[in-house]
Design a protein. Structure first.
Lengths: 311, 554, 337
């Protein structure tokens, strides 16, 4: 049972806090590869992770990590690494100290812990600052040391809660590459985010949560394809929106225009890619100055909107 | 379950051990990085240094001999100490009355009506007069109200107050010298010469018979003069060395600091009621040879040589008081208040708890290890402090040997009692912090006040039953028991202190343990106290673990 | 970076922006820009207040009121924890216990039990002194607990939460702030300690039906005790606020206050009982106050050093605390520390 049990197995689990529902009848199994958990704030991502980490008890249903209930037993944590979204660290510890302590909490001896800590720091690229106090680390370094702490015991399942939150682009890139690398090594990695693009760059396998419900599960391409069939909006900022509208409404993929505000034009299309193809030439032809082009739909909210069925 | 061989550990126990070590080490290092830890430990050290300073100061003064029965004073300034006056049955109130002072025989008087107002001779005079003396007895002295003139205190008569004996006379019991060398007197004196009694004034005169010379005893003779006479066996013992037990008349008594007080107790030469006057009943445990009780008649063995008794007893008082007040009450209560409440609570507040909870450690274990980590810090501190205190005081303390080896078990016992108290409070406060994350701090403050008040109550009245509802009570009991085991003769010192009225403080700071299941066995006292303290610790950790492991952590 | 991704225009732009180092923070910024446009709506609705500033005392009274009213209602006033309120209530009721006894005595009528009660609990120098300065139980269990709970969080909470900025961003200077914190703490303590004392005295007169002669006899003693009570409140407030100003946790301040009061008393007690030297009582705030109080109500002092020592000691304790308090408040960060 144990060897075959999936890393994460959730069967119709619900969690409510009094009247508020945190997670509503979610069933899912994750094993191997990188999985992105998407959802706006308050969608239930944190509740899901807290259930996985045995910090909460499911109100209904069951949660299994490697076949064991994490609420009842701490033994699956031997194979789990967790990176929280919260900032705090033990500021006064050096990076190496922190990792060694965490490794020893997994039952390693001091020597083993040192060896593993050095190794993991090397892996996340922090070995040159390993003797510096964590309090003096930059945000990206802190994020990476948190990831390192989750890796120090070589876990099979790694859970990262908003690992890219608040990092600068450089740090993002390096953290993303670390995550991809982990996936390539055959670990089960679960990453949460509320920004689609972040997840897009890491993985194609996603889980979308909204209002505590499981909205979508599977390949990002498939979901995106679904997305293309829905009407899309493109927002243009221009001096004379009505003239531009006249010009654009004649083009094929565009079937509607709206003037949401003064100096703005919103065009509606059924095929986003095609619309973007014709847009530049159409604007140049019209000779009207366009100062900005925005895709208000190209974010998680609108994706969710479609999935929920609102539009 | 998880059987992935990771070759990290050999058995469950070694792994547990490693995790325990890691949590404990983490806790210690966390405490080390808190300023308040160092502030509290520094204050504890300052407290001990202060106590040591006072101790060393008192040792340097030596244990000066104390006149426990207060008979070395000379209240009426006649040169004879109270003890000597008592032996001769004279009053220490009246300067005219002293051993060998004889009896005053009235001869005559010059009163308001007498024509002849001059007389000469060598007599004892009393009244207002003008004295032209050839000899004055300057040794004749009395107390404040005795009307006896102190000739060493005679000043020149002032000429600003008008006519002598008309406008003014010398003050009560004084004399002053006139310019011609004569004296104006208002009092009693022995002198030879011519006496003139001014008009409207009154003088009596006479002589004293039966005078015999009694050498004045030095005061020191009446200090430490009635040592405790005890051959170590049971029964009627004691010997009234200074012979004041059977003396019938008691006038004064002085307390230990030399202040005058009225003697209130009736004199009872057979206070212990065994039919033998002036003895002391010693009851000895025939098995252990320990003193069980001492019952003394009044004024027997009441002024022992202080070096032998007060010195030792004071030293013990210091050790016990330090152990009880400084260690158990102050360190024992305030170290945990400052250090243990946040053991888990702070992690929750700061948001670092998940680092520790996402590890394969049971939450109950986790609580235990946290408390152990805190305990490691404070235990080392308490052990070091008590050891240093023990070494210094046992080297400079009273006694012939270079080092008082017998003290060290007591200090160790104090350290252990304190550590047990620290464990009990530590787990109590930690559990409260866990159970009531919001209200806990307030409850801890209230409990702190309660514990302190109950500790204070236990100090004043060790058998108080309401105080048993406090941890500090059992800590103090434990010290009482440990002292009784390590220094079995403390009971004897305490008994002596109360039986012979010695001022050592031992009898109030220490009393035999109360909770011995009516056996008076100190080992049982240790057992009950230790069980209570460990019981509190274990049950609190248990409650904390049980609640915490079923707690949903948001 | 995965080229086979289905990149539609907007995403491409973000991708390239991301690659060039601007990051998708920039992409979000365009959303924020929209909000900026909306922000102008706020500008229209914002109407600066052009009224005249109330006088300084009005502002200060508002601070004072905020702290004191909080005892009764948390709505819009300082939050006092329910346990703190409960403790204040219990301590207050307990400090009124002599009144209850006197009431019982007045029910008991002449002679017998009533008379014993009224003699035990009636007005005399010792009872008046004991009402504010008795060690057991008032200064052992009640006043320090009360002070620790009330004063503990006064400034430390502001330091912890950065709420002092609420004051300092308004026309309130640090002296006003400190003075009002001090005053409101003192008033809360005074409400329990001094007010209960006054209630005790007046109710004793009313319940025993005392006449003018009694009033004339006892009023100076009452005033002495009142002074002692006020001095006690001020001293405890000074120490408590000073400790509160050096810490960020109300718990630390509260426990430190208890440690100061109890620690000095117990150490002095230890030294006195072991070495017969009472000089350390000078370090103990309680004993200094008790000594001064004994003089004020005219009962025999049980301290063997001159009264002046105690007065100097209490003055020193107060001025040191106030110096600490002012220096800490003047260095108080406006932001969260």
């Amino acid at each position: 049972m144990t060897a075959k049990a999936p890393a994460v197995m959730i069967e119709s689990a619900s969690k409510w806090y009094g009247e508020v529902i945190g997670l509503n009848d979610v069933s899912l199994a994750i094993d191997g590869g990188v999985t992105g958990v998407l959802g706006p704030n308050g969608a239930g991502k944190s509740t899901l992770f807290k259930l996985l980490l045995g910090r909460l008890k499911p109100s209904q249903g069951s949660v299994r990590l490697f076949g064991t209930d994490p609420w009842e037993s701490t033994s699956p944590f031997r194979r789990v690494g967790y990176v929280s979204e919260t900032e705090p660290l033990y500021e006064w510890m050096t990076g190496l100290d922190f990792l060694m302590t965490m490794a020893r909490l997994h039952g390693m001896t001091r020597d083993e812990a040192r060896e593993r800590a050095e190794h993991v720091l090397e892996f996340v690229g922090l070995s040159d600052v390993r003797h510096k106090e964590v309090g003096k680390y930059s945000k990206g370094m802190r994020q990476r040391v948190k990831i390192a702490h989750a890796l120090v015991h070589d876990p099979d399942l790694i859970i990262l809660d908003e690992p890219l939150h608040g990092c600068d682009p450089l740090a993002r890139t390096s953290i993303m590459s670390v995550i991809r690398e982990l996936g390539n090594r055959g670990k089960t990695v679960i990453v949460s985010s509320h920004i689609l693009e972040e997840i897009e760059r890491i993985t194609e396998q996603i889980v979308i949560l909204h209002n505590g419900r499981l909205l979508a599960l599977g390949n990002l391409h498939a979901i995106r394809g679904l997305l293309d069939k829905h009407p899309h909006r493109i927002l243009l900022e221009t001096e004379s929106p009505r003239d531009l509208a006249k010009e654009l409404i004649t083009r094929k993929p565009i079937y509607g225009v709206r003037f949401p505000e003064d100096g703005f034009l919103e065009i509606q299309t059924g095929d986003l890619s095609a619309a973007h193809e014709i847009l530049p030439s159409a604007i140049i032809e019209s000779g009207i100055r366009v100062t900005a082009v925005e895709n208000p739909d190209d974010n998680l909210d609108s994706l969710l909107g479609y999935l929920v069925g609102g539009g | 379950m998880d059987v992935q061989g990771r070759d990290l550990s050999e058995t469950v126990w070694t792994r547990l051990d490693r995790k325990a070590g890691a949590v404990i080490e983490l806790t210690i290092r966390q405490l080390r990085h808190k300023i308040s830890t160092w502030v509290v430990l520094a204050l504890g050290t300052i407290l001990m240094v202060l106590l040591l300073a006072f101790y060393i100061d008192s040792i340097r003064d030596g244990f000066e001999s104390i006149d426990n029965d207060g008979d070395s004073v000379d209240q009426d300034r006649d040169g004879y100490p109270l003890g000597q006056e008592r032996k001769y049955g004279t009053s220490d109130w009246n300067g005219e009355e002293y051993p060998g002072s004889g009896t005053y025989i009235y001869e005559g008087e010059i009163d308001w009506n007498d024509e002849n107002r001059e007389i000469s001779g060598n007599k004892t005079w009393e009244g207002v007069s003008l004295l032209d003396a050839t000899w004055i007895d300057a040794d004749y002295k009395g107390g404040q109200w005795d009307y006896i003139i102190d000739w060493e205190d005679v000043t020149d008569c002032p000429d600003t107050r008008g006519e002598l004996f008309v406008d003014w006379i010398p003050d009560f019991a004084t004399a002053c010298q006139l310019e011609d060398g004569t004296y104006a007197t208002n009092g009693k004196f022995n002198a030879e010469g011519n006496i003139t009694v001014p008009l409207d004034y009154y003088l009596t005169y006479g002589y004293v018979t039966g005078i015999f010379v009694v050498p004045k005893d030095p005061k020191e003779m009446y200090i430490d003069e009635d040592d405790i006479d005890w051959d170590g066996s049971s029964g009627s013992q004691g010997m009234d060395d200074d012979g004041d037990c059977l003396r019938t008349e008691w006038f004064t008594q002085l307390d230990g600091s030399g202040e005058f007080m009225w003697w209130e107790e009736p004199h009872r030469p057979d206070a212990n009621g065994n039919g033998i006057q002036c003895d002391v009943i010693w009851i000895i445990d025939s098995q252990t040879g320990e003193v069980i009780s001492i019952s003394a008649d009044s004024s027997v063995d009441e002024d022992p040589v202080d070096e032998n008794y007060a010195g030792e007893a004071s030293h013990r008082t210091f050790v016990i008081a330090t152990g009880k007040i400084a260690f158990v009450l102050l360190l024992g209560l305030f170290l945990p208040l400052f250090l243990s409440l946040g053991l888990v609570r702070d992690e929750t507040e700061r948001g670092t708890l998940h680092y520790l909870l996402s590890k394969p450690i049971h939450r109950g274990e986790f609580i235990l290890y946290r408390v152990l980590g805190y305990l490691a810090v404070v235990s080392v501190f308490v052990l070091v402090l008590s050891l240093v205190m023990g070494l210094i005081t046992s080297v400079i303390g009273p006694g012939e040997s270079l080092i008082r080896v017998g003290d060290l078990p007591v200090w160790l016992g104090i350290a252990i009692a304190t550590i047990l108290v620290l464990a009990a409070y530590g787990s109590l406060f930690n559990t409260i912090g866990l159970l009531l994350p919001k209200y806990g701090v307030y409850l801890c403050i209230v409990i702190g006040v309660w514990e302190f008040a109950m500790g204070f109550t236990t100090l004043i009245s060790p058998s108080s039953s309401i105080a048993t509802l406090s941890v500090s009570h059992w800590g103090l009991q434990l010290i009482d028991s440990i002292v009784m085991v390590s220094w079995p003769d403390t009971l004897q010192f305490s008994q002596m202190s109360s039986a012979f009225g010695l001022q050592t403080g031992l009898e109030w700071i220490w009393s035999p343990p109360v909770h011995t299941l009516n056996s008076s066995n100190a080992y049982l006292g240790i057992l009950t106290s230790v069980i209570m303290l460990i019981g509190v610790s274990v049950s609190m950790i248990g409650i904390g673990s049980a609640v915490f492991s079923k707690r949903e952590i948001m | 970076m995965t080229p086979e991704l289905d990149i539609s225009g907007g995403t491409t732009r973000m991708e390239s922006a991301f690659g060039s180092g601007d990051g998708d923070d920039e992409a979000k910024a365009s959303v924020a820009k929209k909000a900026e446009v909306k922000g102008s709506i706020y500008e229209q609705t914002y109407r600066p207040w052009r009224g005249s500033l109330g006088p300084r005392w009005v502002r200060n009274y508002a601070i004072f009121r905020h702290h004191v009213y909080g005892l009764f209602s948390s709505k819009g006033h300082r939050y006092y924890h329910p346990i703190v309120r409960l403790t204040i209530l219990i301590v207050f009721l307990f400090s009124l216990s002599p009144v209850a006894m006197l009431f019982l005595a007045s029910l008991g009528g002449q002679g017998g039990f009533g008379e014993i009660l009224s003699r035990m609990w009636g007005i005399n120098r010792y009872n008046l002194w004991g009402q504010v300065l008795g060690f057991f139980p008032r200064n052992l269990c009640m006043w320090p607990l009360l002070t620790a709970l009330v004063v503990g969080g006064m400034i430390s909470d502001d330091r912890r939460n950065g709420t002092s900025a609420i004051y300092f961003s308004r026309p309130v200077n640090r002296i006003d702030y400190t003075a009002m914190k001090y005053l409101s703490s003192a008033v809360v303590l005074g409400f329990v300690i001094v007010f209960s004392y006054m209630v005790y005295y007046t109710s004793a007169i009313v319940l025993n039906g005392e006449g003018w002669a009694f009033l004339i006899d006892t009023f100076p003693i009452f005033m002495g005790g009142l002074l002692a009570g006020i001095l006690l409140v001020l001293t405890y407030t000074s120490i408590g606020l000073a400790l509160s100003s050096i810490s960020q946790s109300r718990f630390f301040a509260a426990v430190a206050f208890l440690a100061v009061i109890y620690g000095t008393k117990m150490v002095a007690f230890l030294i006195e009982s072991t070495f017969e030297s009472s000089i350390l009582y000078l370090l103990s705030p309680y004993d200094g106050l008790a000594h001064i109080g004994q003089w004020l109500v005219g009962i025999e002092s049980n301290y063997d050093y001159p009264l002046a020592f105690s007065i100097v000691s209490i003055l020193l304790i107060n001025s040191l605390s106030l110096a600490l308090l002012t220096s800490r408040v003047s260095s108080l960060e406006v932001t969260r520390e």
